[in-house]
Design a protein around this ligand. Structure first.
Ligand SMILES: Cc1cc2nc3c(=O)[nH]c(=O)nc-3n(C[C@H](O)[C@H](O)[C@H](O)COP(=O)(O)O)c2cc1C
Length: 171
C-alpha cells in the first residue's frame, strides 16, 4: 500500500503519535511521514491511505488541518484516517464526533473512505497554562492536579494504543 502520514504539531505531541503510527505502517508498506507544512494538499494523489494528525485547538481541529482537508482533491487517496491529541484527559464520543466532523465531511465530499480517528492526551504547552487555568477558574491545587495528570502524555501507553489503531486501519 502507498501510505502518507501527515500532521500539524507545534510542541511535538501529535508528531509523536505520527511516528508511532508510522512504525506500524512502514512494516509492509511504502510509507511517507511528512509535516503538513511540507505537503501541498492540492497535489496529493494516488495514495491508498492517508493518516492526518491534528492537535485540538479551542475544541476544533487546528486551522491548518481544516484548510488542508478542504484543499485535498478527490483522487488524493482511497482511504483516510485521523489522529488527534488534546490536553483534556478524555472527551465523550459525542464531543469527539464533533471534532472529527470536518474529516468525515472532507471524506464524503471527495469520495474517500473514512477509517476512523484515534485520540489521546498531550501535554499543554506551559506558555498558556496561566491563561487556561484562569479560563477554568481553577485553584492552584486544582491546576496542579491537571498538570500532574497531563504530564508525560503522549506516553508509551498512548503510543501503544495508536499503534493498535494503525493495525486496525491497515487490517
Ligand atoms: C491555542 C491552543 C488551544 C488549545 N485548545 C485545546 C482544547 O480546546 N482542548 C484540549 O483538550 N486541548 C487544547 N489544547 C492543547 C493541545 O491540543 C494539546 O496540548 C496537543 O497535544 C498539542 O499538540 P502538538 O504538541 O502536536 O501541537 C490547545 C492548545 C493550544 C496551543
Amino acid at each position: 500500500m502507498k501510505i502518507l502520514i501527515t500532521y500539524f504539531s507545534q510542541t511535538g505531541n501529535t508528531e509523536k503519535i505520527a511516528r508511532a503510527i508510522g512504525e506500524v505502517a512502514a512494516q509492509d508498506n511504502d510509507t511517507e511521514i511528512k509535516k503538513m507544512e511540507e505537503v501541498d494538499a492540492g497535489t496529493v494523489s494516488g495514495y491508498d491511505l492517508i493518516f492526518i494528525g491534528s492537535p485540538l485547538h479551542a475544541a476544533n481541529l487546528a486551522a491548518q488541518v481544516k484548510t488542508f482537508l478542504g484543499d485535498l482533491q478527490s483522487g488524493a487517496s482511497k482511504q483516510l484516517a485521523g489522529f488527534i491529541t488534546h490536553s483534556a484527559a478524555a472527551y465523550s464520543d459525542q464531543d469527539m464526533g464533533g471534532f472529527t466532523e470536518p474529516i468525515m465531511t472532507a471524506c464524503k465530499d471527495k469520495g474517500i473512505e473514512y477509517k476512523g480517528c484515534f485520540d489521546c492526551q498531550g501535554f499543554l504547552t506551559e506558555a498558556i497554562h496561566d491563561m487556561v487555568k484562569q479560563s477554568q477558574n481553577a485553584t492552584d491545587e486544582q491546576w496542579a492536579e491537571v498538570v500532574k495528570q497531563m504530564t508525560g502524555h503522549p506516553d508509551t501507553e498512548d503510543e501503544a494504543k495508536a499503534k493498535e489503531f494503525a493495525r486496525e486501519v491497515l487490517s
